[in-house]
Structures are given as C-alpha cells and as structure tokens.
Design a protein around this ligand. Structure first.
Ligand code: AMP
Length: 404
C-alpha cells in the first residue's frame, strides 16, 4: 500500500504518523506513534488509526541517546514490523526563515539553507533537521518534504513583519515571522467546508495548546499573528511567558547574573502557566485546582487572549468569526466560556449547551460573531503537502532502497 510518513521531531521526542494514499490523492491515517524520553527514558509507542495498540517498548537510555538514534529505531520498527515503505517523508520544520513561503522538496542545498536558520530557532530547528539528515544519508532517493511553521504567515505585509529596530536587522532576518502556521493553514482549508461565506471574511483563530498563539486571517490568508521572531512572544503558554518587556531580559542578565543560555532556558521552560501558578503547565490541572496562584494563571491566560483578540480585530478592522483550536481550544469548556465572555464587547454570545457538547458552532443564533471549534490536524496538512509535491515533482512509482 502506498503511504506517506510524517515526522515531527523535537528535543526529547520523535512523533510520527503514517497515511495511506488512496484514490484521487485522498489520505487515510494508518499509524500514530512516538519515540519519547530520548536521553532519559526512551519509549516507543504506536497505535493504529482506531487507537488499537501496535507497540509499547522501553529502551535503555544508552540505546537511544539522541534524535538520530530514535529515528533509527522507529524507522526499523516501521519497516520491519509495521511493514511501512513510504513513498515520501514529510517533516515539520519550525523555521523557514524569510525565504520559504511554501513546503519544499529537500536536497542537500535546502538542508544547508535550513541550517542557517538554527540561530533563529535554536531549540527546535536542529532537532527538526536531524531526521532529515539521517534519511538523506541512509535513503538518498527517498523524497523528503519540509513543511514550515512560518510559511503560512509569509503573506504578512511590512507593518506586521517589522520591528521598530534598525532596518539592517530586518534584512538579516530579525522579523515577526509567526508560528503554528501548519495548524492555521489546516483551519484555513477546513473553514470553507464549515462556513463558506465566513471563511472569505475576517476571522481570528486561537491555537490554544501547550504552545499558544492567535492568527488574524482575511479570506483565509494570515495578515497578523501574536507570535514574532521566536515562538516566545504573544500569549502566555504552558512554560513560555508570551509578551514580555525586553527590559525583563536585561534585568535577568544584569541583576540576576543569568547568561544568555540560562535566560533562554528560563523563558522556554520555567515561565508561562507553570511559572505563574507554581502548580503546573497543564491547563487540566490548573482548571481543577483551587490554589489562588493557579486561578491567577488561568485568569491571566484568558485576559491575554482577550487583549490579543482586540489587537487582531484592529488589524482586521472588524471581525466576522472566531475559531478555537488545539488541545485547550478543542477540549476546555471552561476556557472557551471564559474567553467568549472577554469577547462579549465585540458582540459574541456563547451557547453554553453547545459549548458543553463541544459542538462545531458554540455561539447563539443571535451572536453578532459566530464562534467555532475546529480540531486542527497539522500532520494531515504535512501529508497533503508531501503528496502534492511528490505528484508534481517526482514519480511515486519507484521504491527506495537503503544505502548500506
Ligand atoms: P496541544 O499542545 O495542542 O497538544 O495541547 C496540549 C494541552 O491541551 C495540554 O497541555 C493541556 O493543557 C490541554 N488540554 C487537553 N485537554 C484538555 C481539557 N480537557 N481541558 C483543559 N485543557 C486541556
């Protein structure tokens, strides 16, 4: 069976999904898996499309010290046990820099270019590139496609793309890129099926997961986003602070003696809901907690979403719909209810019953702005891009042998 393998590699986990290619380029999810605990407690888990377990194995730490080793083991499992021989591999790559506004077929030249963006996303980009390099070495004829989290936002105009810093830095790449682009692209492609007229208009999409951002879309294209140069800006997240006066960073360095590396670690791992609550980075735990600091963290999260909605509505010069997506947006009845309260001044009226039911449309009929819940699917987006590039640029008929 023809299939596409999708890989999303992070610092401590490699997530993968396999999609069967069916008639007319339709894709059907076959396998979902991940190798996590890389460098600590490596474990391979995989399940079929209906959730039936296919693998659950622990490995000694020295067997899987890094992402390439994880890729090797997961690849062997896919080939030898799951019997997957993909036509192509699609990768999530966080940073496409200023140049890539769409997915690209990977070759050594592309890898060299993407390596230049490591300094723009030092915690993500090297891990995204590791499996690409190992596949290029071991299976040089297997087509690989890089799909970027920044690409969807390359439609931003100069006002949304610049910081008020000397122009030369912009030319060097210090820009407001925006992230979660694969998720927004999926929503942009799905909304016309749900609400065709509204999809052509002004829509704010709130991607609320462990990473969180919001995107203003006009006619399905991104015009503004809460994230900027890195995935630190904008909304508070599980462990990242969101918008922060750069003076705080200067204070940490000059008064607390923190090095750049320490500050980086602090901003990515110790702030956000976790830092503010002192309880957890997981919204489920905060929602259930009676701790006053947990309440403060949830209140802050909701308040900042409300502020960002005002900013994005200004960028759009009005608003025609609001969409919730990702882990919190798709699942938390409470956060959706509280965010929509913040949007009441814009004319949003929630239907509490439909919200409880996790319906697609959760606003009342008389709400001036309809509010939708649309589950995102970044992996399907990557698989679709990969197949499209494969059909346009490569013959899917030949199989790819390992180089020994
Ligand atoms: P994601 O990054 O999109 O996978 O989202 C992960 C986050 O979604 C988790 O960290 C949880 O905080 C949140 N989440 C998942 N389910 C729920 C729920 N039922 N209520 C509140 N938050 C949830």
């Amino acid at each position: 069976m023809d299939s596409i393998l999708v890989i999303n590699a992070g610092s401590s986990s490699v997530k993968f999904q396999v999609f069967a290619v069916e008639g007319e380029g339709r894709l059907r999810r076959l396998i979902k898996g991940q190798m996590d605990g890389i460098g600590s407690r490596p474990r391979l888990r995989a399940s079929g499309a209906d959730g039936d377990p296919m693998a659950d194995r622990a490995y000694p730490i020295e067997a899987i010290p890094d992402v390439p080793a994880a890729m090797e083991v997961a690849g062997e499992w896919l080939r030898n046990e799951a019997r997957v021989t993909p036509l192509a591999v699609g990768h999530r790559v966080v940073h496409g820099g200023p140049d890539y506004e769409r997915p690209v077929l990977i070759d050594h030249g592309v890898v060299a270019k993407l390596e230049r963006f490591i300094s723009l996303a030092p915690l993500h980009q090297p891990h995204n590139l590791a499996p690409i390099r190992s596949i290029l070495t071991n299976f040089p004829t297997l087509p690989q496609v890089a799909c970027f989290d920044t690409a969807f936002h390359r439609t931003h105009g100069p006002l949304a793309d610049h910081y008020a810093i000397p122009y030369q830095l912009h030319a060097e790449g210090v820009r407001r890129y925006g992230f979660h682009g694969l998720s927004y692209e999926y929503i942009s492609k799905t909304l016309p099926q749900i609400a065709p007229e509204i999809a052509k208009k002004r829509v704010i999409v709130a991607h609320l997961g462990s990473g969180a951002s919001m995107c203003a879309m006009k006619g399905g294209s991104s015009v503004e986003s809460t994230m900027g140069f890195t995935a630190l800006d904008g909304l508070p997240m599980g462990t990242r602070p969101g918008q922060l006066d750069p003076g705080v960073v200067l204070y940490l360095m000059s008064e607390k003696g923190m090095s750049a590396a320490k500050v980086q670690d602090f901003l990515y791992r110790d702030c956000g809901l976790k830092g503010l609550s002192g309880v957890s980075n997981d919204m489920r735990e905060l929602d259930a907690s009676t701790d006053p600091r947990a309440r403060l963290a949830v209140d802050y999260f909701v308040y900042r979403i409300g502020l960002a909605a005002g900013m994005l509505a200004a960028a759009l010069q009005g608003l025609d719909a609001f969409v919730f997506t990702a882990g919190i947006g798709e699942n938390s009845v409470n956060i959706r209810a509280r965010v929509t309260e913040q949007l009441a001044w814009l004319g949003v009226a929630l239907d509490a019953v439909e919200n409880e039911r996790h319906s697609r449309l959760i606003s009342r009929q008389n709400s001036l702005i309809p509010v939708y819940v649309v589950p995102t699917d970044e992996e399907l987006m990557i698989a679709q891009h990969t197949l499209a590039l494969l059909m346009n640029g490569h013959s899917p008929s030949h199989r790819h042998e390992r180089v020994s």
